[in-house]
Write a protein that binds this ligand. Structure first.
Ligand SMILES: Cc1ncc(COP(=O)(O)O)c(C=O)c1O
Length: 316
């Protein structure tokens, strides 16, 4: 109950269900939407190409990456994938079967791609006007990661269903799904559940994490320090490596650095040797998701390390 209240900032009404991971939260969101769609006979959910929604069968079917789906086919039907940030393509994919649109405000797993401002607002408006559910997967963008409590706050929109997980309990497994009352009310006892979902330990840890985030103003810090981080990477690109670094993008502490050549793996390995844990995506992208407590000095050290590594690589 306490965790539900702490999470309900920026959301009016609705109910939470607690799961054990992001995939499970999304699985619950899909089940919930499907049951809600029964009365109108609709079941199809539109998701974006290059999206990532999890590794269970339904969430792998929702994920817009054919290579992640193929080894496990046949996967559950009812998912349509459209190009990301292309509102016309999304509208074209809508039919009398369309029940919802599932989207990440920033695509994280495939390399930090931001929803265009207009795109997400248009999708939101379209969903409202056409009785289509807007399901936001905030497993990666939620809980302050982008410098706001929820990623959707950057766009001044509201979801019908929302999912969270990742750092919610600082490493203790937990996931959450929220939905408007009208949607949640279709569930009856026995429709959904999980032995460990909502257990006292994980929910208590998550509550404490949220309290610390609030008490220490960590979200403001993510916003400010994330802005500093982005500006330093942009400076590095503009001043020293305009050809080698093709793009720097992100919000808060969810930042992607794209190279023009496939050197991400080597840079990641060399950074690890210097004590910096960063993720690589494919051959050319590095993804930074630092803990909320890092300071500007930590970023300066990282920038110096990247600079030295790239310069040394340039000499070889
Ligand atoms: C946007 C998004 N959704 C869902 C998931 C799946 O979460 P989990 O690994 O906790 O199942 C992830 C994990 O990377 C994710 O980034």
């Amino acid at each position: 109950m306490e965790l539900g209240k702490l999470l309900s900032r920026q959301l009016s009404g609705g109910k939470w269900f607690f799961a054990n991971s992001g995939a499970e939260a999304n699985e619950a969101a899909i089940k919930l939407a499907r049951k809600y769609g029964k009365k109108s006979g609709r079941y199809e959910i539109i998701t974006a190409l290059n999206s990532f929604h999890g590794r269970t069968l339904a969430t792998v079917a929702a994920t817009g990456q054919p290579e992640k789906r193929k080894p496990f086919e046949p996967v559950p039907p009812g998912f349509i994938h459209v190009p990301f940030n292309d509102f016309e393509a999304l509208k074209k994919a809508v039919s009398e079967r369309t029940l919802g649109v599932m989207i990440e405000p920033i695509q994280g797993e495939r390399g930090v791609y931001l929803c265009d401002d207009d795109y997400l607002k248009n999708v939101y408006q379209f969903c409202r006007e056409n009785d289509v559910l807007l399901i936001l997967d905030e497993v990666q963008t939620g809980l302050g990661r982008t410098g706001r409590f929820f990623g959707f706050e950057h766009f001044k929109i509201q979801p019908d269903i929302l999912t969270l997980a990742k750092g919610m309990a600082n490493g203790i497994p937990i996931g959450a799904v929220w939905a408007r009352n009208e949607i949640v009310d279709v569930l009856e006892p026995g429709d959904h559940g999980s032995t460990y979902g909502g257990n006292a330990f994980a929910t208590r840890v998550a509550s404490e994490v949220l309290k610390v985030i609030a008490e220490e103003n960590l979200i403001d810090k993510v916003r400010d320090t994330g802005g500093y981080f982005l500006s330093k990477l942009t400076e590095l690109r503009n001043q020293l490596f305009p050809k080698l670094i093709s793009e720097v993008r992100g919000k808060g502490f969810l930042i992607g650095l794209e190279f023009s050549r496939p050197i991400a793996e080597m840079v990641t390995r060399l950074l690890l040797q210097r004590g910096f844990v960063v993720g690589k995506v494919g051959g050319k992208i590095i993804r930074f998701l630092p803990p909320y407590i890092i300071e500007e000095e930590d970023i300066d050290e990282l920038i110096d390390a990247i600079k030295t590594i790239l310069m040394e690589m340039g000499k070889k």
